[in-house]
Design a protein around this ligand. Sequence first.
Ligand code: SF4
Ligand code: SF4
Length: 446
Amino acid sequence: MGVFGGTRRWLYVMAVDGPLRRLRRLAAVILHLILFIPPWITVAGNPSLRLDLEARRLYAFGAIFTASDTILLLLILLFLAFCLFFFTSLFGRLWCGYACPQTVFLEEWIRPIERWIEEPRGRWMHRDQGPISLELVARKAAKWTVFALASFLVSMAFMSYFAGARELWTGGAGPVEYSLVAIFGFVWFLDFAWFREQFCNYLCPYARFQSAMTDEQTLLITYDIARGEPRGVPTAAETGGCIACQKCVAVCPQGIDIRNGFQLECIACGACQDACDDVLGRLGHPGLMRYTSMAATEGRKVRRVRSRTVVYASLLSGIAAAWVTLLATRVPFEATVGRSPGSLFTLDADGFVRNTYLLELTNNAPGADVPFHVQVEGVPGAQVVAQDIRLAASESRTVPLVVRLRSLPAMARTIPIRVRVATPGAEQLLETTFKTGGNFATVPAH
Ligand code: SF4
Ligand code: SF4
């Protein structure tokens, strides 16, 4: 038994061409552009897309989101999750076949490189079943070296969204970032070189629960049993039946034979459909694979609008509306107020009680400097010493805020106050308290 024998059934996936393959290639080009380009583009002085975990900031097309905008990010994630449910219920495993990074990288880079290094296919399979030879070692070493480079590239592209593309590619990122590149790169290498379709079959959570999102109206790749069977009979070439050429199996990246009925391993990539269209098309017949629903196959009514699609669409609309509303009413700066460390209050020699606070301001608006104006409410007659400051985009600053109130014989011990922080076009009210040292815990000062 050769080194690539054993219990694992290694796949020697044949290349295929056709309309669905071209569609997948187009999707892959768009996804590669999304992966590699945005971290290099700058908008208003910041990366067009970057999640800076250390600074807890998300830069997105000119806007800056901070921890206080977490709800917006959660809504986006929720929206994407329901998009997956919605499109799965309508079109089946579109994600798996056309957009999953594992599928895209394997089909666009890894398998073509592998075929280029290892083919012709017959010799490749024969070599893997034989003993270790110089040729086997040389070809494996060559392809694994290229896989390692591809893994590194993918890992760097992914980390560019977190560490910044320029910093990462010019050696300016920190050891943590490069360690993560090494870890992700290693995981990708293992996947490219060994794990592959086993990830879909054993690890992917989406593959496990996608069957709960589909029904008999969902589109999937199906085999025309009525015309195709029995397979390989002498008349098949004339009738358009299955001529048992096995090409649909040879091109399947999951190594399954869809002629045996729908299987959970099928990622709906359509490679078998392209293969069969090509084989039977040469004989003047349409292919036996179709991207259709079980209901259509069985001659029942096709219904695109069903209760589950309506529920998913309603949830998507609700989430989108909530997100737009929150974004429209979002204040583009962060402000927090806290008592200055030390005493709660100070009795000044002139008979005033003094409270000192620290006001922490962050400007999340991109572009020019923004002026901040601070006012205190809830303590009429108080003297307020507050700095009006200007902050550049992304700048944070902590400024002191002093509130003084004449001490009176009957004064509440604690007076609730509000700090109003305003910029042109936006404001925030911050709740805090003024400590007087008075004898009355609950009597208001005014
Ligand atoms: S490619 Fe078509 S004809 Fe060939 S084995 Fe598959 S189903 Fe049959
Ligand atoms: S059965 Fe067809 S559609 Fe399903 S994974 Fe295999 S090639 Fe792709």
